[in-house]
Each structure stands twice: as structure tokens, then as C-alpha cells.
Ligand binder design. Structure first.
Ligand code: FCB
Length: 459
């Protein structure tokens, strides 16, 4: 079956600064929370870190040539805050100069840059002052965003404030599996709130300096499937939806917090960190919503301790995700279900109606074993199958009336996969971490064909 995308549908690829750049101490860059976290023994698999990563900081020219060969309409990159304002101090011209060169070369190659301001590399100095737990970080983020927009806004028109605030708050401050590695209940909720506030403040600042900017936020949203009719599993599904989606979508799209949020976090009694006007600030008119999707969520209730704000939020939630016997799992251990992607996209409209702006899929992809053959090629048929099925799922949602304008595959190239280190490979370009040699995979050639024809043949 052939699936056709509209002529103006945008095909892109995405990366993030700390995952590819390397050059962590060059041209004035100072440490981010991910430098600290990855250099803390026991945090990242095999003790790996982003010191060198793909060395994109020095090899960006070669990488843009690959993007051009691929035929990308758009490239989603992120800026490193600690390059632009090292230690969140004065503006660093050398840091901005790197992004100038990158943006200019992208435009020269006919590729539209889509820039994420925060893909998790908070300056460590700000973490030392409380990080996202404190309100001031939202203000500092807005200031840094204004600097970036003032400098690049003549050429960059697509701006994404935050990438996946769920990960920055819940994984970083509650589960401790991402930087800064905290395991707190209350701290994570404060972080989530201050991220929402920072998103709103940054959006206002970008608009004031780049009037023709398109501004959005990228959320990783859960496509929640209730696993049984039992009241416990129904409650698990409700909580998964709450923490995975509603505490972010409600402020951004509806200017409120979900009513049952306080009930779930009942032991927290002091909500004074939520000040009058904050939700109005978080609720800015947006030009687009970025959606990242990888796997379905199947929450099953498990026994859990009563909520305690001094402990992790996640342990209070009392659910774990069901994996079916013998089902295919990606290298990340994630199940695959493309129809859950369609369900998620239609859920947004069902829940928020006209308040949902046009959508870009800002990330979707798969980590596969990716064996390099004797001929040096990587025949990643499982990636082609996955991306093809998920593109079809996006088109199914479009056919049901969801306004999706584009799709960015994660990722352009293999890179530092956070706490999992370099083992999971998500790229359509293979990276040899010993030589840093780039080799396009079979999926690269396949995706180039999709971009050219705007068509996929789905099984
Ligand atoms: C997302 C992140 C991205 C990448 C993919 C696999 O959560 O935004 O940086 O690590 O997962």
C-alpha cells in the first residue's frame, strides 16, 4: 500500500547538542549538568560521557554535507546554553560563532534550521543554585533564550523552547536516572512547574525579538492503554496520563493544572511555588506543538508506598509498563506499536480541541543492533520497518483530521544516548566511535527516497 504525504509536508532529522557536539571545554564552554552527571561514577553505562561524542563541533561541515545528500527539508538541532552563556554569565561570542557557522551552512545547503533552546544541558552553576527547583532558573532561561533569538533570529525562524520537560523534571529530579540525578518528590514537581514557567517566559521573549518566529515546545507524550478493567489498573492509567501528559499539556494548552494533581500529591501541602499568573504565562499562544513518540504505555498497577513528598514521585505512582511474552523489543527495551502513535495524536484533539496548534513530530525512531557488514554497510531493515510504520501512523492521524505538518526522525546519526551511553544506536548514519567515521545506513537511502517522493510503501 502506498501512502502519500502532502507536497508541503516537512521531512527532517533531529539531534541534540550534548549528544553529538563533544568539544566540551572549547571556546569558553563550561560544564552542564550532563557533564557532571556523566562524570559521576555509576551514572552512565560503561562510564561513558559526551566529552567527544560525534565530534560534531569540528565535523559539522561533513555532517551538513550528509544532510544535504539525504535531502532534508529541515534539521532540528539544539543550542548548548553553557556555550552561549558559560556558567550562565556574560554572553560568549565564541559560542555564538559556532552556531552562526552551523546555521549559515545549513541555509546554504537549503536546509531550514529548527532550534531547540533547552535539550537538557543546564549550566552546572545554575544547578548549584537549585536548578529547576528554583524559580530563578526560569528567568535565567528566558534571558538566555532572548540572547539566542536576538543573535540567530534573522536566520532561524523555528524555535522550540524545551525538549521533553517530563524528562528534565521527573527523570532528572525524581527518578534520578537523568542529570542532575536527584531523587526527590517535591523537587521534581517544582522543576516541572518552573520548566512550564520558563517555557512561557522564553516564548514571550523570543516573540518580542523575532516577530516572525514560529514558536513551540516539544513534549514526549504517553499513549496510555488501560491494561484491564480492574479499578487498580484504571487508576494506574489515570496516573500515567497525569504525570506523563496532563501536568505539561494542561498548562501549555489550557492554562491550568489537572484537577486531580493535588490529590495524587496530597502530602505536599505547600503549593506556594505556584504563583498567581504563572499558568497564564505558561499558556502562550503557540505556532506549533512538537510531539516526540517512541513506544506505547501500558500501565499496570503494582503495590506501592503511600506518597511521601520527600521520596521519589515515581514510587508514588504505583504502576509499571506491561511487556507481552515474546514481543519484539528495541535495543532500549521498548515495545513497538505504531497504532498507539495515531491514538496519541487523536487524543490531543479529543482532549484539547481547537487549542491544539499544528503539530510537528519532532522525534521518532528506533535503536537497533545495527551490525556493520563485511562490505562496511549497515542493513538496518528493522529501522526502515519502524519508521515506515510510524510515518503511516502519522498519516492515519492526518486522515482523521489531525494537523501534522512535518516529521523529524531521531536521529541523524548515532550519538550519546544519555544514561545508556553509546550502545543504543538511533541514527540513519552510523558513527564509528573509534575513528568517528560516518557511514550512511540502508535507512538513510530509504529515507532519502521518502523525502524525494513524499511517499512510503507500507506493509
Ligand atoms: C528522547 C530524547 C532524545 C533521545 C531519544 C531517544 O527522549 O529527547 O534526546 O535520547 O529520546
Amino acid at each position: 500500500m502506498t501512502v502519500q504525504f502532502p507536497a508541503d509536508f516537512i521531512f527532517g532529522a533531529a539531534t541534540a547538542s550534548y549528544q553529538i557536539e563533544g568539544a566540551v571545554a572549547e571556546d569558553g564552554r563550561t560544564p552542564s549538568i550532563w557533564d557532571t552527571y556523566s562524570h559521576t561514577p555509576g551514572k552512565v553505562q560503561q562510564g561513558q560521557n559526551g566529552d567527544v561524542a560525534c565530534d560534531h563541533y569540528h565535523r559539522y561541515g561533513e555532517d551538513i554535507a550528509l544532510m544535504k545528500q539525504l535531502g532534508l527539508d529541515s534539521y532540528r538541532l539544539s543550542l548548548a546554553w553553557p556555550r552561549i552563556k558559560p556558567d550562565d554569565g556574560p554572553v560568549n561570542a565564541a559560542g555564538l560563532a559556532f552556531y552562526d557557522k552551523l546555521v549559515d551552512e545549513l541555509l546554504a545547503a537549503g536546509i531550514d534550521p529548527a532550534v531547540t533552546l533547552y535539550h537538557w544541558d543546564l549550566p552546572q552553576t545554575l544547578e548549584d543554585k537549585g536548578g529547576w527547583r528554583v524559580r530563578d532558573t526560569a528567568e535565567r532561561f528566558a534571558e538566555y533564550s532572548a540572547v539566542a533569538a536576538e543573535h540567530l533570529g534573522d536566520r532561524v525562524k523555528k524555535w522550540i523552547t524545551l525538549n521533553e520537560p517530563f524528562c528534565s523534571s521527573i527523570l532528572g529530579y525524581s527518578e534520578g536516572v537523568h542529570a542532575p540525578g536527584a531523587q526527590e518528590g517535591e523537587g521534581a514537581l517544582k522543576a516541572a512547574h518552573h520548566l512550564m514557567l520558563g517555557h512561557g517566559l522564553a516564548t514571550q521573549r523570543i516573540r518580542s525579538v523575532v516577530p516572525d518566529a514560529q514558536v513551540g515546545i516539544t513534549l514526549n507524550l504517553a499513549s496510555v492503554q488501560q491494561v484491564s478493567d480492574s479499578p487498580a489498573d484504571a487508576e494506574a492509567a489515570r496516573r500515567n496520563l497525569l504525570i506523563g501528559n496532563l501536568i505539561f499539556t494542561d498548562p501549555v494548552l489550557a492554562g491550568k493544572y489537572p484537577e486531580h494533581a493535588r490529590e495524587v500529591w496530597a502530602p505536599i501541602t505547600d503549593f506556594s511555588f505556584i504563583q498567581d499568573g504563572d499558568l497564564e504565562t505558561a499558556h502562550q499562544p503557540l505556532d506549533f506543538l512538537g510531539v516526540n513518540f517512541y513506544f506505547p504505555s501500558r500501565p499496570k498497577a503494582v503495590a506501592h508506598d503511600e506518597p511521601d513528598p520527600a521520596k521519589r514521585v515515581a514510587s508514588d505512582l504505583g504502576f509499571e509498563s506491561v511487556i507481552h511474552d515474546g514481543e519484539y523489543l528495541t535495543e532500549m527495551g521498548w515495545p513497538v506499536d505504531a497504532s498507539a502513535f495515531t491514538d496519541l495524536l487523536t487524543w490531543l484533539g479529543d482532549t484539547y480541541g481547537d487549542a491544539v496548534p499544528p503539530i510537528y513530530i519532532t522525534e521518532n525512531g528506533i535503536a537497533c543492533p545495527d551490525v556493520v557488514g563485511a562490505d562496511g554497510r549497515v542493513d538496518d531493515q528493522d529501522r526502515i520497518r519502524y519508521v515506515s510504520a510510524h510515518l503511516k501512523a502519522v498519516k492515519d492521524a492526518m486522515d482523521k483530521g489531525v494537523d501534522v505538518r512535518g516529521y523529524y526522525v531521531w536521529s541523524l546519526m548515532d550519538n550519546f544516548e544519555w544514561a545508556r551511553g553509546y550502545q543504543p544506536r538511533f541514527g540513519v548514519v552510523h558513527v564509528d566511535y573509534d575513528t568517528l567515521k560516518r557511514t550512511p545506513k540502508a535507512s538513510f537511502d530509504w529515507y532519502r527516497g521518502v523525502i524525494q517522493s513524499h511517499e512510503i510503501t507500507a506493509g
